[in-house]
Design a protein around this ligand. Structure first.
Ligand SMILES: *[C@@H]1O[C@H](CO)[C@@H](O)[C@H](O)[C@H]1NC(C)=O
Ligand SMILES: *[C@@H]1O[C@H](CO)[C@@H](O)[C@H](O)[C@H]1NC(C)=O
Ligand SMILES: *[C@@H]1O[C@H](CO)[C@@H](O)[C@H](O)[C@H]1NC(C)=O
Ligand SMILES: *[C@@H]1O[C@H](CO)[C@@H](O)[C@H](O)[C@H]1NC(C)=O
Ligand SMILES: *[C@@H]1O[C@H](CO)[C@@H](O)[C@H](O)[C@H]1NC(C)=O
Ligand SMILES: *[C@@H]1O[C@H](CO)[C@@H](O)[C@H](O)[C@H]1NC(C)=O
Ligand SMILES: *[C@@H]1O[C@H](CO)[C@@H](O)[C@H](O)[C@H]1NC(C)=O
Ligand SMILES: *[C@@H]1O[C@H](CO)[C@@H](O)[C@H](O)[C@H]1NC(C)=O
Ligand SMILES: *[C@@H]1O[C@H](CO)[C@@H](O)[C@H](O)[C@H]1NC(C)=O
Ligand SMILES: *[C@@H]1O[C@H](CO)[C@@H](O)[C@H](O)[C@H]1NC(C)=O
Ligand SMILES: *[C@@H]1O[C@H](CO)[C@@H](O)[C@H](O)[C@H]1NC(C)=O
Ligand SMILES: CC(=O)N[C@H]1CO[C@H](CO)[C@@H](O)[C@@H]1O
Ligand SMILES: [Cu+2]
Length: 567
């Protein structure tokens, strides 16, 4: 259905010059950020959109191409756009996170962003990257193999992007402002959505439920993106198994399962064979929420797979597929830890075997004592925070990239710790309440070009143990190990997978467990590291990596574009 757009884009191929290097440019997009009214769940509200579309426009491209997007802000809000999972070699300038690589595009402002694809192939996505604007400002990036090369799996008959989202009846800015003011948890959403639609199980939504029409015997490639604000999701399809063939813009060994676990920030390419009795079948998604006493939206969103030629008048009641229980950590873990790189001749694995720098970082939810004069609706009358290595990251007033490039002092410190300041039994059931208090600061970690880095992300049981989908900009990383409990530096590395670990940009750190990632820092720039649950970002669960320039010009950052938005 969206494929017809491909032809017009293919006809408009042209070349652009970046630093004297001619790059094939697939496409040039003009995007206008505007408010537009949308009706869902029996009510209408004005939401922030790109070109009035929700979900936003899809970018179609091929491996290795460069896309130019001219963004004009005709809304009353600040905005920035990020190309999630696009590594942007040498080009942090167009990466998007506010106050990390740019100042926001103000109302009336504009910014032409250059999106440089390199090794990515499959499905990625783009989304707004300031405050909670990404709740409605997101869309798919579809990266086809280079012309003349093919998918490493059977060619699908049909390709369908499936964007999972979250919908609040209230204005998202009100939800955001309210929880920042109260210090408590944000109100949970009123619905999950598939391609912007809540589906049959919500009031006033049935007529618009998203449908995929398919002929019996055909194969569908679903390009699934979790664009939800705060929730990891389980998804399954009634009577159909799901074969995962790619994740985060990289191919995987085919893996067949009855359900998937997909965290905000993750993308999954899956094949579904229409090989069941011709009929109508629900796809359904609902929360995976592991934190005890953590409030979540427990509703279920649905879409329909409809075989062609089925008599829709014949009364057939649709039934829901089996989905793991909302707190089934083992179901989530077992799916996530089964992912493997394809590791073929055309898609080789290149895991760093020697590590130059090791970082061990806790990822924690925190609770701060109530300051005089503030509302404190966090647990036991506190204000919630979140941290990495006990630092709740504070966004500066001008972006770190600008401060780094122009040597502006006083914007950030260089002391993000390589180890928790105070080691403790991270996953113990009972925790010393004094450990719940984090420090607030803007600390980055700086690496030489080409360093190999290993990061162990350790979940803690402070305040509430729960899963954290941690995302890094500017590079993909190999997930070489996972485990429950405290990371054991003597024994756990023995079980690392250095043969075919998955290459991802977002990793789910399991509840009261850990995950180890490895990558080579050969992309000079300023790169954000953060949890992809938006409430945790607001509370400070992030840091920033700076990768210095290498010696030769090809390993140095490109110069800033002339139209960087000013602060
Ligand atoms: C959040 O939920 C509370 C309790 O249901 C309600 O009183 C409040 O108005 C809600 N706030 C927003 C912004 O929706
Ligand atoms: C779908 O699966 C259920 C078991 O979950 C089975 O009872 C039913 O016969 C299947 N329906 C079709 C149409 O294949
Ligand atoms: C969802 O949570 C509400 C409130 O806790 C509860 O009343 C309801 O039964 C739950 N629904 C489902 C489908 O679990
Ligand atoms: C379904 O019902 C509608 C109205 O009742 C009728 O017009 C239509 O022909 C029926 N379609 C089939 C395939 O039976
Ligand atoms: C999940 O929650 C149910 C109650 O809702 C509880 O009985 C069960 O023990 C929990 N399971 C796990 C694995 O925590
Ligand atoms: C989950 O898996 C762990 C480790 O394999 C096991 O110890 C635990 O009993 C499992 N929990 C449940 C609820 O099945
Ligand atoms: C409390 O807040 C009010 C209004 O912001 C301010 O005028 C007052 O000085 C504050 N009091 C204290 C003790 O901080
Ligand atoms: C850490 O806490 C876990 C869970 O409560 C417990 O089983 C373990 O013995 C503790 N480890 C240490 C070293 O105290
Ligand atoms: C809240 O206070 C109670 C009573 O002091 C304590 O047992 C509990 O651990 C506290 N919870 C958190 C998350 O601080
Ligand atoms: C970086 O490492 C690659 C091998 O992975 C090597 O080819 C290249 O010369 C190195 N560059 C620098 C500047 O060290
Ligand atoms: C929009 O961005 C500008 C520039 O950084 C900033 O000064 C202003 O406070 C922002 N506005 C809002 C509403 O956040
Ligand atoms: C130049 C421009 O597009 N300005 C618009 C920015 O957004 C505000 C609020 O919607 C409009 O009033 C301006 O016209
Ligand atoms: Cu988190």
């Amino acid at each position: 259905m969206q494929q017809k757009n491909m032809h017009s884009i293919l006809l408009s191929l042209w070349f652009i010059l970046i630093e004297g290097v001619i790059q094939l440019q697939a496409s040039h997009y003009h995007w206008v950020v505007t408010e537009a009214p949308y009706t869902r769940l029996c009510g209408t509200k004005s939401i922030l959109t790109v070109n009035g579309q929700f979900p936003g426009p899809t970018i179609y491209t091929h491996k290795g191409e460069t896309v130019v997007v001219e963004v004009v802000n005709r809304s009353k809000h600040n905005i920035t756009l990020h190309w999630h999972g696009v590594k942007q070699p040498r080009n942090p300038w167009s990466d998007g996170p506010e106050y990390i690589t740019q100042c926001p595009i103000k109302p009336g402002g504009r910014f032409t962003q250059t999106v440089i694809l390199s090794l990515e192939e499959g499905t990625l996505w783009w989304h707004a990257h300031n405050e909670w604007t990404r709740a409605t400002v997101y869309g798919a990036i579809i990266i086809y193999p280079k012309p003349g090369t093919f998918y490493p799996f059977q060619k699908p008959d049909l390709e369908v992007p499936l964007l999972l989202g979250e919908w609040w009846k209230r204005d998202i800015f009100e939800i955001y402002e309210e929880f920042r003011a109260t210090g408590g948890s944000p109100n949970v959403s009123d619905a999950y959505t598939i391609n912007g639609q809540p589906g049959d199980l919500y009031p006033c939504s049935k007529a618009e439920t998203f449908k995929v029409r398919v002929q019996y015997g055909k194969t569908i490639l679903l390009r699934i993106i979790n664009a939800a604000v705060n929730q990891i999701l389980f998804l399954a399809i009634k009577n159909h198994s799901i074969t995962l063939v790619g994740t985060d813009g990289e191919y995987t060994k085919p893996f067949t399962s009855d359900y998937i676990t997909i965290a905000p920030g993750e993308t999954m390419d899956v094949l579904v064979h229409a090989n069941q009795l011709p009929g109508r079948y629900y796809m359904a998604a609902r929360a995976y929420s592991s934190g005890i006493n953590v409030d979540f939206d427990n509703t279920t969103t649905t879409a329909v797979i409809e075989y062609e030629g089925v008599n829709l008048n014949a009364s057939s009641t649709l039934s829901l597929p089996y989905l793991p229980a909302y707190n089934d950590t083992n179901a989530s873990y077992s799916f996530t830890s089964s992912l493997r790189s394809l590791a073929s001749k055309d898609h080789p694995v290149n895991v760093p075997l020697k590590v130059n720098h090791r970082i061990f970082s806790t990822v924690s939810v925190n609770a701060l004592p109530c300051p005089a004069n503030r509302t404190c609706e966090g647990i036991n009358g506190t204000r919630f925070a979140a941290s990495m290595n006990n630092i709740s990251f504070v966004l500066p007033d001008i972006d770190i990239l600008q401060a780094y490039y122009y040597h502006i002092k006083g914007v950030y410190g260089k002391k993000f710790p390589k180890f928790p300041p105070l080691p403790f039994n991270y996953t113990a059931e009972f925790q010393d309440l004094a450990l719940e208090v984090s420090k607030h600061s803007t600390q980055v970690r700086i690496f030489k070009f080409n360093s190999t880095i290993e990061i162990v992300l350790q979940g803690t049981n402070l305040v509430a143990g729960l899963d954290h989908p941690m995302h890094i900009h500017g590079q993909s990383f190999y997930v070489v190990g996972y485990g429950y409990g405290n990371f054991d530096k003597n024994n756990d590395p023995k079980n690392y997978n250095l043969v075919d670990p998955p290459l991802q940009n977002t990793v789910i750190v399991p509840r009261n467990g850990w995950a180890t990632i490895r990558f080579k820092a050969h992309n000079p720039g300023v790169w954000y590291v953060h949890c992809h649950l938006e409430r945790h970002v607001t509370w400070g669960m992030m840091t920033t990596l700076i990768v210095k320039d290498g010696k030769d010009p090809e390993s140095q950052m490109l110069p800033p574009p002339p139209d960087m938005p000013p602060c």
